[in-house]
Design a protein around this ligand. Sequence first.
Ligand code: MG
Length: 168
Amino acid sequence: MLLKKIEDALNEQVNAEMWSAYLYLSMSLHFEHEGRTGIANWFRIQFQEEQAHALALMAYLNARDAKVVLQPIAGVPDSWDSVKDAFVATLEHEQKVTALINNLYALAEEEKDFATRQKLNTFIAEQVEEEETVRQIIDDLNLIGTDGTGLYQLDRQLATRTFVAPQL
Ligand code: MG
């Protein structure tokens, strides 16, 4: 059995991951509308990844005989001034998620819930990867600046991203 406070905290994280999914779906739809189909594809896959994070937490709650309680998903922005703005917002958001995971880990440690702590290790590794990937794209965007050909090439590159289910 999970401690109630850990069950509640994991349910909150389910909601945070679903909000992330909703955010990236909104970004995907925005860039689809702007005709940047590769960027839209990248965010569409990000949307799938966030759902996978939420589903993995739900599976863990189930495995521990705890109840998953779905809460309303708060609204998300629906437009960004530039591709770079969206990726900077993505990095800032992922840094917040990393802090949430770290807090969960600290709680599991404090309550000597070693199984939860172990489960969260995979999420901690996943966050390192998320932040690194987005930082690399921002670096590329900084090099590109306002060069249209560069942006076109990045769009084509991000069009090749495919969904690989994270091992959580
Ligand atoms: Mg996530």
